[in-house]
Structure formats: structure tokens, C-alpha cells
Design a protein around this ligand. Structure first.
Ligand SMILES: Cc1cc2nc3c(=O)[nH]c(=O)nc-3n(C[C@H](O)[C@H](O)[C@H](O)COP(=O)(O)OP(=O)(O)OC[C@H]3O[C@@H](n4cnc5c(N)ncnc54)[C@H](O)[C@@H]3O)c2cc1C
Length: 390
């Protein structure tokens, strides 16, 4: 039994329904992902039909409103956790980033968009037919979102957008973009969100090469006099921060949960190896120095898992705290950093060879620790919002 399965079996947060869902996603991973993942890593993207297949078994629509083709009945936040845990078992963060990017791209539309926009965009996205990404980051200031410079000028019944975005997950393949644009003066109040179709004239994109997450396409986006109708504004003029902050909390919990799932994968991979690898006449697992590596990994993973569960429950009750989620994200990505390192040490030279789960996860640590709010910015934000800086 994998470590994550043992954790779920001993946790009161998971029940029979979660385990049934875990089996469904596990089969999907075994049949559709594991045999192909290294090929997609080398190709630099996942195929579009994977979105269709994932939608067919309910992965894309899980937790989204049924009226748009989602699955809500009998679903709670822990079904979403299970999806991440089982997809993580493929040992490729790029897969989660590329396949599940609609979770951050679509959510602002469902929170702030008009009924017409929700009807138009959500169903094809949840069916896996159309892809959507979230474009906030700019070279002018990544962490400091309030400094973004992409501008939208209102000209009667349309806006004209000029500027650029960088590091956008799914940006090369996206059909739709949820884009943060400055429509008024300086600071956060001047930023609005827009839905921009990627076939609009004046929009171009270039692919970025990365250290990890190879199967997730990442793009620079350029807007050169891109004309979009006023109806494509998501929510009120200057209302972007509202939608983005809510999105950030969900995204940070999601990153913390999947980083923990990847930590479990590192532990499992290293444990399997240590139980069969013999050096100097003994199995690795019989050495105290190796056993302590596993004990330390488990200590950190269990503490983080318990915190993830607590955060999920408080968020469900509507009492989630942004500062605590920021700290949890740091906790989870540092746990992942530790586990990826220790798993590499146990696996030895093979951990450095291309194609294994741990090799990929090790290269992906920084993507978790930087995207969705970097460690430094998370600690700074937590110190302020939890009253520590007073
Ligand atoms: C793999 C990947 C995928 C991404 N996907 C997307 C996406 O889909 N959409 C999107 O909009 N963005 C995306 N991003 C961008 C991501 O959100 C930013 O990289 C992140 O917000 C940090 O911004 P930056 O890289 O410009 O770093 P900067 O903001 O320039 O920060 C550089 C360093 O300085 C530190 N720092 C910054 N400010 C402070 C401070 N006040 N005090 C102390 N230290 C500070 C940071 O922690 C960091 O270590 C992605 C990034 C990566 C790596």
C-alpha cells in the first residue's frame, strides 16, 4: 500500500466515496498517463485529447457547478485532494499544472463573470474541449501584482489592450485567457479582469523553456492593440483584486496539497528502492542513517498533511485565513524540497538519470515554491496578516 493510501485510511477526512474516486483516478493515471508521461515531457506539452478523457471521467468538472457541466452532488473538497494525490502519483507536476490549469483560469469567471459569459465559457472548458489559462504575471513585477502595466483603454463598446504577460501556464495551448489588465490609475484599484480569446487579432505568444514541468507549456503573451468587447470584462471595472485574492487562496491550498502528495511519492519511491538495494552486504533499509531519512520525511509529511486537512476544513466552513494558507504553502513546499533531496540521496546515481519520478519532482521543487506566491512573499504576507509585524 502506498504511503498516501495509508494516510487516507487513517484519516477521518476520507470515506468510502473518496476511496472509490481515488480508484477511478488511479486507473486513469495507470492507463492514460504513466505509459506516456516521459514522451509528453520531451514533447513539451500534454495532448489535447487528455483533457477530453479527463473530462469524461469527471476530473475536470469535479466541484464545479452542475449547471455548467460540473459535478457537485456528494462532492467535497477532499475529492479534489484525492484527484491531486492520484495524479501526483505519475510523478510529474507539469501534468497537474497543464491539465488542471482551468481551476485558476475559470474560477474568476464563475465568481465575477456575467451569466452569459459563464454559459459561453464554462461548459466547453469543463468538457475539455476548450482550454483556459490565467495571465497575471508581468516582467514589470511578478510578486507585486499591483504594479502590472498591461493597459486596457475603453473606447465605447470595446477595450483596446496593450502589454505583455510572462510565465503563463498553458499559455501556448489556451483558447481563452483570464487576464489582469490596468484600466485606471496606479495600484490595485486600477486593475480589471478580462476574458480574451486567443484567436483575437494582435495577440501573439512564444514558448518558454523551463527547468521542470516540461509537459506543461508555458508562454510569454503579447497584446498589441487587441480589441475586445466590453462584455468580455469579468466583473466590475477595477474589481480584479477581489477575484484574484479569492483565487490565490484556493490556488495556495491546492499547491500545498499537491506538494504534500509529491512528498509522499518521493518517500514511496525511495522506500521501494531501499528495500531492494544491497550495499556492503546489507539492504539499504537496514542502515540506521537511511531509516532516519524516512522517519524525518514521514514526520514532516504527516505534520503537513494534517495542516492541509485543517486548512481544507476551515476553508469549507468559510473561516479560511489567507495568512495561514500562506504559511501552509511554505511548509508544504519546504517539506517537498526536503523529501525530494532525501529521496535522491537514497536512490543514488539513478536519481540523476532522466525519466524517473524523483528526478522530475526534484527539478520541479522551485515551481511549487515560487509560483502562486513565493516563499519570501508568503512569509511576509503571513507576518502582516497574522499581526506578527505589529
Ligand atoms: C512554473 C511557473 C508557472 C507559473 N504560472 C503562472 C501562471 O499561469 N499565471 C501567472 O500569472 N503567473 C504564473 N507564474 C508566475 C509566478 O506567479 C511568479 O513567478 C511569482 O509570483 C513570482 O514573481 P517573479 O517570478 O516575478 O519574482 P519577483 O517578484 O521578481 O521576486 C524575485 C524574488 O524576490 C523575492 N521578493 C519579492 N518581493 C519581496 C519582498 N517584498 N520581500 C522579500 N522578498 C521578496 C521573491 O520571493 C523572489 O524570491 C508562474 C511561475 C512559474 C515559475
Amino acid at each position: 500500500m502506498r504511503q498516501i493510501q495509508q494516510w487516507r485510511a487513517n484519516s477521518s477526512c476520507y470515506n468510502e466515496s473518496h476511496e472509490q474516486w481515488a480508484e477511478t483516478v488511479q486507473r486513469f493515471v495507470e492507463q492514460e498517463i504513466t505509459p506516456n508521461i516521459e514522451c509528453w515531457e520531451r514533447a513539451g506539452e500534454i495532448p489535447r485529447d487528455l483533457h477530453l478523457k479527463a473530462a469524461e471521467i469527471g476530473i475536470l468538472g469535479l466541484g464545479f457547478p452542475e449547471v455548467y457541466g460540473g459535478v457537485e452532488e456528494g462532492i467535497d473538497r477532499f475529492h479534489g485532494m484525492v484527484t491531486g494525490q492520484e495524479l501526483a502519483n505519475a510523478g510529474a507536476g507539469g501534468l497537474l499544472a497543464g491539465l488542471m490549469v482551468h481551476a485558476v483560469g475559470l474560477t474568476p469567471i464563475l465568481t465575477l463573470g456575467s451569466d452569459e459569459m459563464k454559459q459561453r465559457i464554462a461548459p466547453p472548458v469543463l468538457r475539455g474541449e476548450k482550454l483556459i489559462s490565467l495571465a497575471v504575471t508581468e516582467t514589470s513585477g511578478g510578486s507585486d501584482v499591483s504594479q502590472l502595466r498591461t493597459r486596457g483603454e475603453c473606447q465605447g463598446d470595446h477595450y483596446v489592450i496593450n502589454g505583455s504577460k510572462t510565465f503563463i501556464t498553458g499559455g501556448m495551448r489556451a483558447d481563452y485567457l483570464t487576464v489582469a489588465v490596468r484600466t485606471a490609475g496606479d495600484g490595485p484599484q486600477g486593475i480589471s479582469l478580462f476574458l480574451i480569446e486567443t484567436d483575437r487579432e494582435g495577440l501573439s505568444r512564444t514558448r518558454l523553456e523551463k527547468m521542470g514541468w516540461h509537459c506543461s507549456d508555458t508562454a510569454n503573451l503579447y497584446f498589441d492593440d487587441v480589441k475586445i468587447p466590453v462584455e468580455n470584462r469579468i466583473g466590475p471595472d477595477g474589481g480584479a483584486f477581489l477575484g484574484m485574492m479569492e483565487n490565490f487562496n484556493g490556488e495556495r491550498l491546492g499547491i500545498a496539497a499537491t506538494a504534500t502528495a509529491f512528498s509522499f511519492v518521493c518517500l514511496d519511491e525511495a522506500l521501494t528502492w531501499a528495500r531492494q538495494r544491497e550495499t556492503f552486504g546489507k539492504l539499504l533499509i537496514k542502515r540506521q542513517v537511511i531509516q532516519h531519512k524516512f522517519a524525518e520525511m514521514l514526520r514532516k509529511i504527516h505534520a503537513t498533511s494534517a495542516w492541509v486537512e485543517r486548512a481544507a476544513m476551515t476553508m469549507d466552513q468559510g473561516i479560511g485565513n489567507g495568512g495561514e494558507l500562506a504559511l501552509l504553502k511554505v511548509q508544504a513546499t519546504r517539506t517537498l524540497e526536503f523529501c525530494a533531496r532525501e529521496a535522491c540521496q537514497v536512490l543514488g546515481g539513478s536519481s540523476f538519470m532522466r525519466g524517473g519520478k524523483v528526478e522530475r519532482i526534484y527539478r520541479e521543487v522551485r515551481a511549487n515554491a515560487i509560483s502562486g506566491g513565493s516563499e519570501e512573499v508568503m512569509l511576509d504576507f503571513a507576518a502582516r496578516s497574522l499581526g506578527l509585524s505589529r
